[in-house]
Design a protein around this ligand. Structure first.
Ligand code: GDP
Ligand code: MG
Length: 712
């Protein structure tokens, strides 16, 4: 006995559904009404190789909302009668408009075959469609037909038979919208699950989307559950907050993302060279997503952003420096001058210097976040991700990895959290592990200290540039290695949304910038403060009671000598430095530095640099603070940081200086990165893998550079 398989035809009105239906079923069909409503129900059938296939021609619809009886019927037939496959008839000459319905079938998560009907019209309009790519992106079979000529009908029959006979009927790919929509969908899904609202046949994330669309039928459905009212209350709160954040109704937000998804799909699969440009948005897209100009345009824009980050940030930096300097002097004034109070030193040299040295860079960082928020808000970043997709694929990374990598130039912590947009573990882990190689903002103080100290003015920019580029190149190599060893697998096909361009509201930009800046402020107020205190303790204790030399005596001798005032001051400063060095060598960091010195030698580092590298572990900025402590110049004010710049070249050469920067660039991420990697990967193993791997990498590369450099 042959089994009967039930399938449905669905599509927009006038997409040629009835024509294809007739071509499939010939004369064997009957017409009735759907139960309870006077909407025509047409059913027919055909057989292929012993398989009897029953086809229902659903009413033509543009959408699957509950706004008309046709749409309700279409969706209820699909949900409750569970046809084995939905054959979606699409007018290929109007792909963009027709895919709006297709996308909703994908949201429903039903098995689907995509039929590009009227392919003759599309071709004569000069539209070429990359069938294979479309099939990959949507995860469905795609068949081209000309319904009124019965072209492609036999192939369609075969594909239908194949799909219904497949053991595992795989549904179309999951639709992944960008975070703006995905996060509320996840939130609502959680609310529904928590209130145990689940109905046979309905995917919960689909219910969540319908709640965002304020679908009356689905709201009624949720209400019918015991805890329905409670769930709806929670859902409404979430939706209200969302609408407040994005400044538009949630149903509009949903359709905007759908259009963005479709625009991205069409940009990817439709050859537009022959297609008429329809509007401004497409005109802009043709420039910014251009195959050749897209990337240079983006790089120039980023250069502008980085340049502005520093020029705009500078005056604010000086204010903050001045503020902390004043605070330090003010607190010092509570003690008599020259007092050696440990508490004073803890507050001024430890806490204020440590946190202040970092907060000085807040304006740069806030500006960078502002620029990124603007670029994201206008929709430009989505285009950048779009053009980067191909480039990243070559590296072995997912196109969406690009955004976290970019954020990584600011700070690895939000960058690693940003990898959540990646669905596959292999993509996510690879990105997460290499993100710290993007030179983050916390390394800037190190470069800012070292570069002017060791390199001529005209080389400064180039040296800085080389450090950033080395980071990127090493990241690319590591990503390729990881993707071909630990995280093997094919690239996941996916659609980059191309949302409409819009002028972002100052509110939404403000929210974005602020929430990111707050992360940085929190870091300064908690982790850096605590780390500064610990570093201060480690660099001050244990205290040496009996010093090897009589420094006070030596100083008195110099003061009584015949030298001119200037020479006296210099000699005294020298002796003070030597005293500090002796004291420091006795403390915890000093001892640790000495202990690891032999290991550091191949990189050209001495024990003093060693202590600063240990200091830099909690946060890279602390390298600078610790160098200040080591050279006993540890108070924060302009003069002293200049003095440190003068002091360093007396002890080290340019090669060593470059190696310091290189090591700081490549080595173990800060403790916050370690913690966030642990949390996001949910594994201590990967957190330690990143820590150990990067440290080993930094050690090898820096040693190689130093040893080769020594030959010249
Ligand atoms: P429905 O509303 O989706 O059921 O669309 P119909 O099947 O009634 O078709 C609408 C019109 O498009 C009819 O005049 C068909 O002859 C025509 N048509 C259907 N398929 C094709 C096709 O592949 N190519 C062309 N050029 N015309 C088609
Ligand atoms: Mg019809």
């Amino acid at each position: 006995m042959t089994k009967t398989h039930k399938i449905v035809l669905a599509g927009n009105p006038n997409s040629g559904k009835t024509t294809v239906f007739n071509a499939l079923t010939g004369a064997r069909q009957h017409v009735g009404n759907y139960p309870g409503v006077t909407v025509e129900q047409i059913i027919g059938s055909f057989t292929l190789d012993d398989n009897n296939i029953e086809v229902t021609d659903l009413p033509g619809t543009y959408s699957l909302t509950a706004s008309s009886p046709e749409e309700l019927i279409a969706r209820n037939v699909i949900i409750t009668e569970k046809p084995e496959v939905v054959v979606n008839i699409v007018d290929a000459s109007n792909l963009e408009r027709n895919l709006f319905l297709t996308l909703q079938f994908m949201e429903l998560g039903v098995p689907m075959i995509l039929v590009l009907n009227m392919i003759d019209n599309a071709r004569s309009k000069g539209i070429e469609i990359d069938i294979e790519r479309l099939s990959k992106l949507f995860g469905t079979r795609v068949v081209c037909t000309v319904g009124n000529k019965s072209d492609g009908i036999y192939e369609l029959k075969k594909v239908i038979a194949e799909v219904v006979l497949e053991k595992e009927k795989h549904s179309s790919n999951k639709v992944n919208y960008s975070d703006e929509l995905t996060i509320p969908i996840q939130g609502l899904t959680k609310i529904l699950i928590d209130n145990s609202i689940a109905q046979e046949g309905y995917r919960i994330p689909w219910l969540a989307i319908k709640l965002l669309e304020k679908d009356k039928e689905i709201i009624e459905l949720v209400k019918s559950f015991d805890s329905g009212e409670k769930a709806l209350n929670e859902a409404n709160k979430l939706i209200e907050k969302l609408e407040n954040d994005v400044d538009e109704p949630s149903e509009i937000l949903v359709s905007e993302h759908r259009y963005g998804f479709i625009a991205g799909t069409c940009r990817e699969v439709v050859n537009t060279t022959l297609q008429k440009r329809r509007d401004i948005s497409e005109a802009i897209d043709s420039v910014v997503t251009h195959k050749v100009f897209g990337i240079p345009l983006f790089l120039s824009l980023m250069y502008l952003v980085f340049y502005l980050t520093f020029t705009v940030g500078d005056p604010f930096m000086e204010w903050i420096e001045f503020g902390f300097g004043w605070l330090g002097r003010f607190i010092s004034s509570w003690w008599p001058t020259g007092s050696e109070s440990a508490l004073k030193s803890l507050i001024v040299d430890g806490m204020i210097a440590g946190v202040g040295g970092v907060l000085v860079f807040l304006p740069n960082i806030a500006f960078l976040f502002l620029a990124i928020a603007i670029l994201e808000g206008t929709g430009y970043m989505a285009r950048v991700a779009f053009i980067m997709d191909r480039l990243m694929n070559k590296i072995g990374l997912h196109g969406k990895s690009f955004i976290p990598m970019l954020i990584g130039f600011g700070c690895s912590v939000p960058a690693i959290m940003g990898t959540r947009t990646l669905n596959l573990k292999r993509d996510r882990m690879t990105t997460m592990l290499v993100v710290p190689l993007m030179s983050c903002g916390a390394r800037i103080p190190i470069y800012a200290l070292i570069i002017p100290a060791f390199f001529a003015k005209r080389w400064e920019a180039l040296v800085m540039f080389s450090i950033y580029v080395i980071g990127i190149i090493v990241a690319i190599i590591c990503a390729k290695l990881l993707r071909s060893t630990l995280f093997k697998g094919e690239n996941e096909p996916f659609v980059m949304e191309l949302p409409p361009y819009r002028i972002p509201t100052s509110k939404s930009i403000g929210i974005h910038m602020w929430s990111r800046t707050v992360i940085y402020l929190k870091k300064a107020g908690t982790l850096l403060l605590a780390a500064s205190v610990i570093l201060w303790i480690l660099s001050n204790y244990p205290k040496k009671d009996k010093l090897d030399r009589d420094y006070a005596g030596e100083i008195t001798k110099i003061e009584q000598s015949q030298l001119v005032q200037k020479e006296k001051a210099a000699k005294i400063q020298n002796i003070k430095n030597e005293k500090m060095a002796e004291l420091l060598a006795y403390t915890c960091t000093g001892r640790l530095g000495h202990a690891i010195e032999p290991a550091l030698k191949p990189m050209g580092f001495d024990w003093k640099i060693g202590t600063a590298l240990i200091g830099a572990f909690p946060a890279k900025e602390l390298f600078v603070s610790q160098m200040g402590i080591v050279f006993a110049l540890g108070e924060i004010n302009e003069e002293n940081s200049v003095a440190l710049r003068e002091e360093l070249p007396k002890h080290y050469n340019g090669l060593q200086a470059y190696c310091i920067m290189l090591f700081c660039l490549l080595s173990a991420p800060c403790i916050a990165t370690f913690a966030v990697t642990k949390r996001e990967s949910n594994s201590w193993f990967w957190a330690f893998f990143q820590l150990g791997g990067l440290t080993a990498l930094a050690y090898l590369v820096t040693t190689a550079v130093y040893q080769v450099g020594m030959l010249f």
